[in-house]
Design a protein around this ligand. Structure first.
Ligand code: ATP
Length: 923
């Protein structure tokens, strides 16, 4: 195994055979047995997670928050002041609370770990002389790697052969220029400059290469750096920052209130210091929003899991929040909005149009001339076109001729449709390929938008076959083939071709032009480039293909629009086809502006900024131009999500607030650059993820509303006590406050975090980035509405019990059975008000009966737990002592059970009024 850089240098210079020998491999790759023994020796090819924080420390953190420390200290003081039971009880509650938040954190971690496992990257290797796809984690030293543009490189390796191979080593070197890599050893100046070595953590940007893996996992250069820098902490997200701020502010308020109450207790009520402290502590605990952070983390993690079920894998929790804010989606067309199921339905020749029957990747159709099927040998021009598309093609298809079967395509859907066309034509493709071996390939790129091959015919002559976007091909065409004759192409010919193309494009069909040229014997193939070879072509014809919109796209687009999200189509396809499809699926109106890539290049940034404000489509653009479109939108203050799949999409994906890569057709580079990966490449999944993002945020607000509102009835009794100068004995003891805050409230609150999307979340405009989590409406509801009502009910219950025992004739009792019973009913009344609050907080506007009173299992279980807990506290003799409670009778229980009913009905009435008179929704 190669451990350090020195060894690698030696291996870089060794003759290949010797290299194979020293790695115990060969040109045929490793055998299964060798793989096994290498694996046993070197382990998985993974960068192991940071050793990071000590586990114990991590655990203890949950017991050392500001609130926890307060509780530890209070326990001491209580014990010191001879209130031993109280002291121990405070500690016990503190421990339970700490354990709970540790559990929450762990759950969230597990969820994100599970997600990481769903994102394995694959590599192509040669083993046992055959090429196979394996998880990158299974690569071992000695494996022969086949690397193509767009692949990430996942081991340090030496290049054996390369074709125009370039890598982006910026992850390792910080320099963004592409580096050429070749099989020959040549040592440059920098650390990673050897021309024939490639490194894990970098990506292949162009061309292809074959390489032998030298080292894997933590032994790679990347692994070594990672082990040094892993302790770096992730940057906190805006949501985390806001939560931290909120917790800090609320804690300051809580402590100020605590101090005020402490002083008031000493000076107004003349309480002993220790008792005053414990009393004030109740207030502090009531107001500190403990459990906020872990609950939020957990609900984000749960949101991520729900998104994964809807085919959207989010790489980090922060993105969930950003998704909910998205205002613009820049989306590819082919495969994202459409099915990427190309079917050729016409072949257009200058003097004749053929129709093609059958749909999808099924080869049971025919090429028809009117009613008659056409076969090879009947039309020479058609024969030539078919020959061109068959030779100039790198795709293989296993058609889905059996019902229910999926077509298997190795290559691109566009080329697959051409393969199927040739099959329908009954072209003997294999024999043709054998008789006309390929001598040269000028690969497709999204700037030229075409691809060419040079094939050697049986007569020894070389012919160039080109296929690609019509506009580009016409610009390099000199002649035209009509009815077996080649003649100079005229302006009229061009007009006729363009008119035909436009006619199809208007129907949303895309064309691919086919042309050829017989090469001169003098042309040197080794010097051939696209620029010097793709010229003076003879135009043959057009293949016309349909790529139907995805069936679910119509509803998804409508939903996005209702949610105030604009969609900008950015496609490599032609302007007329693009617009026709966009109009058809409801993306834009007929008035939309279409900007082509060429126009975009000439456009000033300011003009682009103006243009993207309106209805606009970008057509015939290269992926690298997407970056500018994303930036222009961001400059307008938009939160932009952008899709992409190729190497050149990476800058746009990185720049976007949410980069979205295609899971099925996307390159590793795009997936690496993205924040979210669509496993089904489907636009509708983006909208589903945005809906989840919005839901998670609003659930956090619901949770906040719930935990804040109980503060008011918890504080109210203490206020009564203080303001009456002690005449009204404390209606709720400190232990009872702790019970609510750290006990009964917890589980229903957690349940709110997993509430399903409220109907209507996608009918509101996107949330503003400036909007605060804790807004006026929540404050007013928590403190003004729910809180006040609960205070009145619980204090009312307190006085009612006293009344039953003779108050106001006798003074309110401050100890003994009556006092215990009165405080017990106060406590229980608050708990039952909280049951109503949990139900009420579940929706903002919608009737809770509409979403189903019992539809959230977690809340229902939470409430059951809450009632059991409070019953234990009320009835178990030992707990009665600790919590100063007293058994309640049937009548009192009837009163308690009745509490939530009017509270829920009242809130329903309020929601109804809001729905009827105040709610403005997009539709
Ligand atoms: P989108 O950008 O929405 O995914 P697209 O698939 O049309 O759309 P590109 O893949 O960049 O975008 O293709 C651009 C154009 O290049 C196509 O419209 C087509 O004319 C041409 N083209 C695509 N694939 C090939 C190919 N394999 N050989 C030759 N030309 C091709």
């Amino acid at each position: 195994m190669v451990q350090d850089k020195q060894d690698k240098d030696q291996l870089a210079q060794m003759p290949i055979d010797q290299l194979y020998q020293s790695l115990r491999t060969s040109a045929n790759g490793l055998t299964d047995q060798q793989v096994q023994s290498q694996k046993a020796k070197y382990g998985d090819n993974v960068i192991t997670a940071a050793k990071g924080e000590n586990k114990l420390l991590h655990f203890l953190k949950n017991f050392t928050s500001l609130m926890a420390i307060l509780l530890w200290v209070s326990g001491f003081i209580a014990i010191f002041a001879k209130m031993v039971e109280l002291g121990i009880a405070i500690w016990a509650v503190n421990i339970i609370n700490g354990l709970f938040s540790y559990w929450q954190e762990n759950q969230a971690h597990k969820a994100s770990d599970a997600l990481k496992k769903m994102l394995p990257t694959q590599a192509t290797v040669i083993r046992n002389g055959k090429s196979e796809q394996i998880d990158t984690a299974d690569i071992v030293p000695g494996d022969i790697l086949m690397i193509a543009a767009g692949n990430s490189i996942s081991a340090d390796a030496r290049i054996i052969s390369a074709d125009s191979f370039q890598v982006d080593e910026s992850a390792l070197t910080g320099e963004s220029d592409l580096t050429d890599k070749k099989p020959d050893y040549h040592h440059g100046e920098g650390k990673f400059d050897e021309e024939n070595l490639i490194y894990a953590g970098t990506v292949a940007s162009a061309g292809s290469a074959k390489a032998v893996a030298l080292s894997t996992g933590m032994n790679t250069e990347f692994g070594k750096i990672a082990s040094l820098t892993q302790s770096q902490q992730a940057k906190p997200s805006p949501l985390e920052l806001e939560l931290n701020r909120l917790t800090r502010q609320l804690s300051i308020i809580a402590i100020s209130i605590g101090i005020a109450f402490f002083l008031a207790a000493i000076f107004f009520v003349h309480y002993p210091v220790a008792q005053s402290f414990i009393f004030a502590l109740g207030m502090v605990v009531a107001f500190i929003p403990e459990g906020l952070l872990p609950t939020v983390t957990l609900s984000l993690a749960q949101g991520v899991q729900r998104m994964a079920k809807k085919n959207a894998l989010v790489k980090n929790l922060n993105s969930v929040e950003t998704l909910g804010e998205t205002t613009v989606i820049a989306s590819d067309k082919t495969g994202t909005l459409t099915q990427n199921q190309m079917t050729i339905n016409h072949v257009w020749l200058p003097d004749k149009v053929f129709t093609v029957s059958g749909e999808g990747y099924v080869n049971n159709g025919q090429v028809m001339d009117g009613q008659a099927a056409v076969k090879p040998g009947q039309n020479a021009d058609l024969d030539l076109l078919m020959k061109a598309i068959s030779l100039n093609n790198d795709t293989t298809v296993t058609p889905n001729n059996q019902p229910g079967a999926q077509a298997k395509i190795v290559g691109t859907p566009t080329e697959a449709s051409l393969v199927i066309l040739a099959e329908k034509y009954q072209l003997a493709s294999k024999q043709l390929a054998n008789a006309n071996p390929r001598q040269k390939e000028l690969v497709f790129d999204s700037v030229r938008k075409r691809m060419s091959t040079v094939n050697k015919g049986q007569d020894g002559k070389l012919t160039l076959y080109t296929k690609g976007a019509l506009d580009g091909i016409l610009s390099i065409t000199k002649s035209i083939l009509v009815n077996g004759q080649v003649r100079a192409i005229t302006d009229d010919d061009i007009k006729q071709i363009q008119a035909a193309d436009e006619e199809y494009a208007k129907q949303g069909l895309r064309s691919l032009a086919v042309a050829y040229r017989d090469l001169d014997a003098s042309e040197d193939l080794s010097q051939a480039t696209a620029a010097n070879t793709e010229q003076n072509l003879t135009f043959v014809g057009l293949t016309i293909m349909a790529d139907p919109p995805r069936p679910e796209i119509y509803a998804a687009v409508k939903k996005a629009h209702q949610a105030g999200i604009r969609i900008i189509m950015v496609t490599g396809d032609g302007p007329i086809t693009a617009k026709s499809v966009a109009v058809k699926i409801g993306l834009v109106s007929d008035q939309a502006r279409v900007i082509t890539g060429d126009e975009l290049s000439a456009m000033a940034d300011e003009d682009l900024r103006q243009a993207v404000k309106g209805e606009v489509i970008f057509a015939r653009v290269a992926p690298e131009q997407k970056y500018r479109i994303v930036k222009a939108n961001q400059a307008n203050g938009e939160i932009v999500a952008s899709t992409g799949d190729g190497v050149n999409d990476a800058p746009a994906l990185k720049q976007a607030d949410i980069g979205i890569a295609m899971g099925a057709t996307g390159t590793d580079v795009a997936k690496e650059a993205a924040d979210m990966i669509l496993t089904d490449d489907n636009f509708a999944s983006i909208i589903a993820a945005i809906e989840e993002g919005r839901t998670v945020y609003s659930n956090i607000q619901k949770f906040l509303l719930y935990i804040l509102n109980s503060n008011v009835p918890e504080a109210f009794p203490s206020v009564l006590f203080l303001f009456s100068g002690g005449l009204i004995p404390l209606p709720l003891t400190v232990m009872q406050i702790l019970t609510i805050d750290l006990g009964t409230d917890m589980l229903p609150a957690l349940g709110l975090g997993s509430e399903k999307s409220e109907p209507g979340v996608m009918q509101e405009p996107p949330r503003s980035r400036k909007a605060h989590l804790l807004n006026k409406s929540i404050i007013w509801k928590a403190f003004g509405l729910y809180g006040l009502v609960a205070s009145i009910i619980s204090a009312g219950a307190y006085f009612f019990v006293n009344y039953a025992y003779g108050w106001p004739k006798h003074a309110l009792s401050a100890s003994g059975a009556v006092y215990a019973e009165a405080t017990t009913i106060t406590l229980a009344a608050i708990v039952f008000c909280q049951i109503a609050a949990a139900m009420n907080a579940r929706t903002k506007y919608t009737s809770v009966f509409k979403i189903g009173l019992f539809s959230n299992k977690h809340i229902v279980t939470g409430i059951i737990f809450e009632v059991i807990l409070i019953s234990l506290i009320i009835y178990v003799p030992f707990l009665q002592g600790v919590f100063n409670t007293h058994a309640l009778g049937v009548q009192e229980w009837l009163f308690l059970i009745a509490i939530p009913i009017p509270l829920i009905l009242l809130e329903e009435l309020r929601k109804w009024v809001v729905r009827k008179y105040f709610l403005k929704r997009n539709s």
